[in-house]
Design a protein around this ligand. Structure first.
Ligand code: TYD
Ligand code: MG
Length: 453
């Protein structure tokens, strides 16, 4: 049987290969494939498995109520979850080590406990005394949360079965191990098997499970990628070192919109919610400066204004630098290629630095026009008016494409005191935006009119 044959799994994307290779065909990562011993069927795996049964889809609507949702009271978190925590759901929270996952979840668990859920926080990384110390620092020492320090999953499942909490946080999935799997904790087999046991448990017993997963660049420790498809919701906690802002982003959510974000600020007393992120991301803006453009973006369901900054300087190097923070490097190359080929604006011999202010990450194609405007503004040393927001997608032909949710973008801009917008032609406008809207059909005309290039 194929059961005894070893398989090889990519720690970066989770793809399974028949033999080892230096590079994963599926995701292109180098040196990420590790040998995995076959999954053993543990005794409890059998015990948990009930008889198969099927239910008619039509019978569901009348007899079964939708699972209840509980709000934590942390608005940003509830929003990212799609309106609160769904009972019996499995959630993965991934992020770089030290970004604040344990802090966020300890705060969340305390909030959910105060909201009436029976909560447990199981740490495989810290002793209960250390968790308590952190809770004290966060002002949560009195929260009715049960703490555990354990890494043996069998023991944890037994405890959970006896205690029947509503919500359990496992910090982190990489520290958990099952005795039925031969490899070391943190290996792909262990992470996958442990996550599978926990998710199965969540569904059978109606317990919500939050798994914390470290994302590491090295292939040694299995990234939470292998767990992503098993859970209902995948949240990533992101932020840049040196910035206190943290963004919780839903990349997958069976119970709410994906791409939803929540913004937090890391303070001396834990994570604080940021209610008006646009105002915060723009708060450091000074006088109108060349290279600075305000992008009216949408993150998930809500509008978010961010400042895109560019710096273009003569390069002393044979191959000029292209440094980009908070945006996709490939997208920058594409926009520069369009500017060069369609508008006759070359960047040869020039270093280009691009940055989204405040540690925010922008993934929308709607940012194209703002990026192009920032590059041109920096290159020509001409500042755009400070009261103008920009958005629009650029096609390879240099034409501008309208983007979704124009109305929401403009509304947010107006709320923050902007009076003008540069947007693609054919954008859906109602006519009563109360702003001056300049509609652009193609990039060449925009470049000529605005920068005279
Ligand atoms: P932590 O939650 O331990 O990160 P993770 O679980 O993702 O590895 O957060 C660690 C960082 O957060 C650490 O660098 C210190 C900082 N921090 C604060 O700034 N304020 C606080 O109140 C706490 C608890 C942590
Ligand atoms: Mg931690």
């Amino acid at each position: 049987m194929a059961k005894s044959a070893p398989s090889f799994t990519c720690t970066s994307c989770g793809a399974v290969h028949k033999k080892w290779a230096g590079r994963c065909d599926a995701c292109g990562a180098w040196n990420s494939i590790v040998e995995e011993s076959p999954l053993g069927a543990g005794p409890s795996a059998k015990a948990l498995t009930g008889k198969g049964r099927v239910i008619a889809l039509s019978s569901l609507s009348s007899t079964e109520k939708p699972p209840p949702r509980t709000r934590s009271g942390m608005t940003e978190l509830d929003q990212v979850l799609g309106g609160g925590l769904v009972a019996a759901s499995a959630i993965l929270v991934g992020g770089d080590p030290g970004i604040g996952k344990s802090t966020l979840l300890l705060q969340a668990v305390a909030q959910f406990a105060n909201a009436g859920l029976k909560c447990m926080y199981i740490s495989g990384e810290e002793a209960p005394a250390q968790v308590r110390m952190r809770a004290q620092r966060l002002g949560l020492a009195q929260a009715p949360v049960a703490l555990g320090a354990e890494t043996n999953l069998r023991d944890i499942l037994t405890t959970l079965d006896a205690e029947r909490p509503d919500l359990v946080v496992i910090d982190s999935i990489q520290t958990m191990w099952l005795d039925t799997v031969e490899s070391a904790p943190g290996s792909v087999s262990q992470v996958r098997a442990a996550a599978h046991e926990l998710v199965t448990f969540a569904k059978r017993r109606g317990v919500s499970v939050v798994l914390v997963g470290h994302v590491t660049k090295e292939g040694q420790i299995a990234g939470p990628r292998v767990v992503e498809h098993m859970v209902d919701t995948v949240l990533y906690f992101e932020g840049q070192r040196g910035h206190q802002f943290r963004i919780l982003r839903a990349v997958k959510n069976r119970f709410g919109p994906a791409d939803e974000i929540g913004v937090f600020e890391m303070t001396g007393a834990g994570l604080a919610e940021v209610a008006n992120p646009s105002a915060l991301f723009l708060s450091e803006r000074g006088q109108p400066a060349a290279g600075s453009v305000v992008f009216a973006g949408i993150e998930g369901t809500r509008p978010m204004l961010t400042e895109i900054q560019a710096l273009v300087t003569p390069s002393p190097l044979g191959t000029p630098r292209r440094t980009v923070v908070g945006l996709d490097g490939g997208r920058l190359s594409t926009i520069m290629a369009v500017l060069e080929a369609r508008c006759g604006v070359p960047f040869t011999g020039l270093d280009v630095f691009l940055n989204v202010a405040g540690g925010m990450r922008v993934n929308e194609p709607a940012a194209d026009l703002a990026v192009a405007a920032a590059l041109l503004s920096a290159r020509e040393d001409i500042a755009l008016p400070a009261d103008t927001v920009v958005f629009g997608e650029i096609s390879l032909s240099g034409a501008l494409r309208p983007v979704g949710q124009t109305e929401n973008r403009l509304k947010e801009a107006k709320k923050l005191g902007f009076t003008a917008a540069i947007a693609p032609a054919r954008s859906k406008l109602s006519g009563d935006e109360g702003m001056t809207i300049r509609q652009i059909t193609d990039l060449t005309a925009f470049v000529g009119e605005t920068f005279g290039a």
